[in-house]
Design a protein around this ligand. Structure first.
Ligand SMILES: NC(=O)c1ccc[n+]([C@@H]2O[C@H](COP(=O)([O-])OP(=O)(O)OC[C@H]3O[C@@H](n4cnc5c(N)ncnc54)[C@H](O)[C@@H]3O)[C@@H](O)[C@H]2O)c1
Length: 392
């Protein structure tokens, strides 16, 4: 028998079944209706107190439930431009982490049978806003990794198309990411710097005056992303990658020589390099690049001082790379015939300063030049054995 509502509350608080405040409030609120409400002497203020406590606690528990759910929910990820050098490997990496069906590859290219067997693949032209919107809605996309682009050397050969794909395409994905509250990752590049930038080392924040349409479009993406973050709270994340080295065919960038040299040397024993032997550029094995991307996407927002970070693993010249290769492959010949890509390389960073990424979200490269050469020889040999041909 309880003589007051306070007595009842105190009693319940010490009952073993009152495991949380919500249970207590639900039971006390119900009882307040059945016992106290009907009793004429119960003060209405007590009922109001219990009613509000019940409502607030239920609301609180709903909010907590949502927050916990978000924390543990596996994100649904869409990769645009996914059949390029980075996309296929990226999908494999993220599918291991988040499950095969949670990572959707997309591109405008017809996929191989292997790609189709690997996991979900759909056609997405990033210039088609409505089509992209339909995919985001129908597949319940949470994170968008935007890889579609025309790279530095290819971009210079078709500037109007580069403007469309690299600039208009970013307008589409950023607007969608804002509308549907997606986490948006857009890679940038060492090509976002130019001849006026300090080249050794190139810090995270410095002058950016690139001289390629590729670089201009990447600076545009960086600035637009930061603007949307500040103005609309968009969870925009961007890493400036150096040349990424993998055994897959490169997409027409200035650092591609560091991939082609392995394919040519292992197949023909010779390679003609389009850069001078002493051209120093920052580089990274794809394994480090994908780990950086994944760790950065996972990093809590409050750790991120910036939305755009430099990342790198090493810097080398064609001469230094081939010297490291010669420890594993005794006999091959390199010739040098610099072309227009030399001018691009000469305007880019030589050594990339990624200390801010290391400080803010603990970025740390693992693959150095020796490891890179060992990995590439193994991986390219496997590719040649499977395909029997050079990358196109
Ligand atoms: N590979 C590197 O070394 C490197 C370095 C720094 C930054 N990045 C950036 O990473 C991203 C991926 O690079 P990558 O090397 O895989 O590029 P890639 O050139 O190999 O692939 C780009 C893909 O975009 C697709 N694409 C072109 N137009 C499209 C359209 N309208 N709609 C949809 N897709 C379209 C192409 O079909 C292609 O498969 C790019 O944004 C690039 O700028 C790459």
């Amino acid at each position: 028998m309880f003589h007051s509502s306070k007595q009842y509350l105190l009693y319940n608080l010490f009952q073993p079944h009152a495991t949380d405040l919500r249970t207590l409030c639900i039971s006390s609120y119900r009882l307040s209706h059945t016992v106290f409400y009907r009793a004429s002497h119960v003060q209405s203020s007590v009922i109001m107190f219990l009613r509000n406590l019940y409502r607030n606690t239920v609301n609180l528990s709903i909010r907590n439930y949502s927050a916990n759910k978000c924390k543990t929910k596996v994100p649904k990820i869409l990769i645009t431009g996914g059949l390029g050098q980075l996309g296929v490997e990226c999908a494999r990496y993220l599918r291991c982490k988040y499950g095969k069906d949670n990572v959707i590859l997309s591109d405008i290219i017809k996929p191989t049978e292997e790609i189709v067997n690997d996991g979900p693949y759909i056609f997405v032209d990033i210039l088609d806003f409505k089509g992209l919107q339909k995919v985001v809605v129908n597949h319940g996309v949470d994170w968008l990794i935007h890889f579609s682009a025309l790279l530095s050397a290819i971009g210079e050969q078709n500037v109007p198309l580069a403007v469309r794909v690299n600039i208009e395409g970013v307008h589409n994905v950023i607007e969608l990411a804002k509308q549907y509250k997606l986490r948006l990752f857009v890679p940038s590049t060492i090509g976002a710097f130019g001849p006026d930038s300090p080249r050794n080392p190139t810090p995270n924040v410095t002058v950016q005056r690139p001289r390629t349409i590729y670089g201009v479009s990447k600076v545009h993406a960086e600035l637009l992303g930061e603007y949307y973050y500040h103005k609309f709270g968009l969870d925009f994340r961007c890493l400036r990658f150096p040349g990424v080295i993998s055994s897959d065919p490169p997409g027409g960038g200035t650092t591609d020589y560091a991939i082609a040299v392995f394919h040519d040397v292992l197949r023909k024993g010779t390679y003609q390099c389009y850069l001078k032997p002493d051209t120093r550029l920052p580089m990274m094995h794809v394994r480090d690049a994908l780990r950086a991307l994944s760790e950065f996407l996972d990093a809590p927002n409050d750790k991120l001082v910036r939305r755009v970070y430099n990342v790198t693993s090493m810097s080398f010249t064609p001469e230094e790379l081939t010297a490291a290769m010669s420890k594993h492959i005794p006999d091959f010949k390199i010739t040098y015939q610099p072309d227009s890509r030399q001018d691009i390389a000469d305007s880019w960073p030589q050594v990339f300063d990624d200390s801010e990424a290391r400080r803010d979200w603990n970025w740390k490269p693992e693959v150095d030049l020796e490891n890179l050469v060992t990995l590439m020889i193994k991986e390219v040999k496997e590719k040649i054995a499977t395909n029997g041909k050079l990358p196109s």
